[in-house]
Design a protein. Structure first.
Length: 322
């Protein structure tokens, strides 16, 4: 030990900004260990891949919802946007469009929905909760109208995205989620765009006075949300082989819950986007555990409700402390 360091107390600095993420990772690890003791098959590679694959759509939608929350807004329409995109994609598949054209058209539709949402929220000057609640009903009606209230069956087509395994082992969906998550984490950590989103979420008026084009950035976060909703629709459609008008019903609440569990504040301006993915995985872990333990579905809804209330309370306490 050198003379300069002799007698000094060595201190390890812990980043308090990442505390919620570390707590969530710890909860996931502890829960996994307990569930493995109860059910040894839980920790099997096939079950881990199954959990990730089943929750890829939720994690993707949560990424979009998380960006919206960081800006100090909310998007309750993501689930029904997902359903509309899935219905449209399913009809395109049935009509004989190639997989590539189905994906491109669906992504463009998701972007268009997101832009529309952003324009209405931004220029109406009405609380985003109310606006997107109304849009939720509009998209639900649109999904029903497009398919006349009937399911769209693919008969084995368009299944590569949801069922293909790279190397015969790793599901393609997991790789897609990992790539998108890495890109989003990089964007929301290292770019000027992310700093402005956090500034708007922290205090929109101050951000405006600082010269940030608030309206453009608010529209952009809803555009991102619409894009991820459309990707989620393609994922669910490919996995289950059909599109139903009601398939997105739970995604709005679950995505917001997952984002809040991951440490993103409901009031905006605080949290890490990687927390959105971890929150989605945590919800998937809970659902998978309840299924393996053969807990009836109606009790599962009760557990989900408790998780939602707990997540909101924790987020609210964090906002008060801030």
């Amino acid at each position: 030990m050198s003379e300069k360091t002799q007698g000094r107390r060595i201190r390890i600095k812990f980043n308090k900004n990442n505390l919620s993420l570390w707590i969530l990772v710890g909860i996931i690890l502890v829960a996994s260990a307990v569930l493995t003791i109860i059910e040894p098959n839980f920790i099997s590679l096939s079950n881990i891949f199954n959990i990730l694959q089943q929750n890829t759509a939720l994690c993707l939608v949560t990424l979009g919802a998380g960006v919206v929350l960081l800006s100090g807004n909310i998007d309750l329409s993501v689930g029904n946007m997902l359903a509309v995109c899935a219905v449209i994609a399913g009809q395109l598949v049935v009509e004989g469009y190639t997989d590539a054209s189905v994906i491109i058209i669906t992504l463009l539709i998701g972007l268009a929905f997101g832009i529309i949402n952003g324009l209405i929220v931004t220029y109406s000057k009405v609380d985003s909760f109310i606006i997107t609640l109304g849009l939720l009903s509009i998209y639900q009606a649109l999904a029903l109208i497009l398919c006349n209230g009937n399911n769209v069956y693919l008969k084995g087509e368009f299944s590569v995205l949801g069922n293909y395994k790279v190397g015969g082992e790793v599901p393609l969906l997991i790789i897609i989620l990992a790539v998108i998550a890495v890109i989003m984490v990089a964007v929301m950590k290292y770019t000027k765009y992310s700093r402005r989103i956090y500034a708007i979420g922290g205090n929109e008026e101050v951000a405006f006075l600082a010269g940030i084009k608030v309206n453009i950035y608010k529209i952009s976060v809803y555009t991102i949300s619409g894009l991820f909703a459309s990707i989620g629709g393609l994922v669910v459609l490919s996995r289950i082989g059909q599109a139903t008008p009601a398939m997105g019903g739970d995604y709005a609440l679950q995505s917001i819950t997952a984002a809040v569990i991951g440490g993103i504040a409901l009031s905006g301006g605080r949290g890490k986007i990687i927390g959105a993915v971890l929150g989605g995985i945590m919800l998937g872990l809970i659902t998978n555990a309840l299924n393996m333990l053969r807990v009836p579905s109606y009790y599962q809804y009760m557990v989900l409700g408790i998780v939602i209330i707990a997540a909101v309370i924790v987020s609210s306490l964090g906002d008060r402390k801030k």
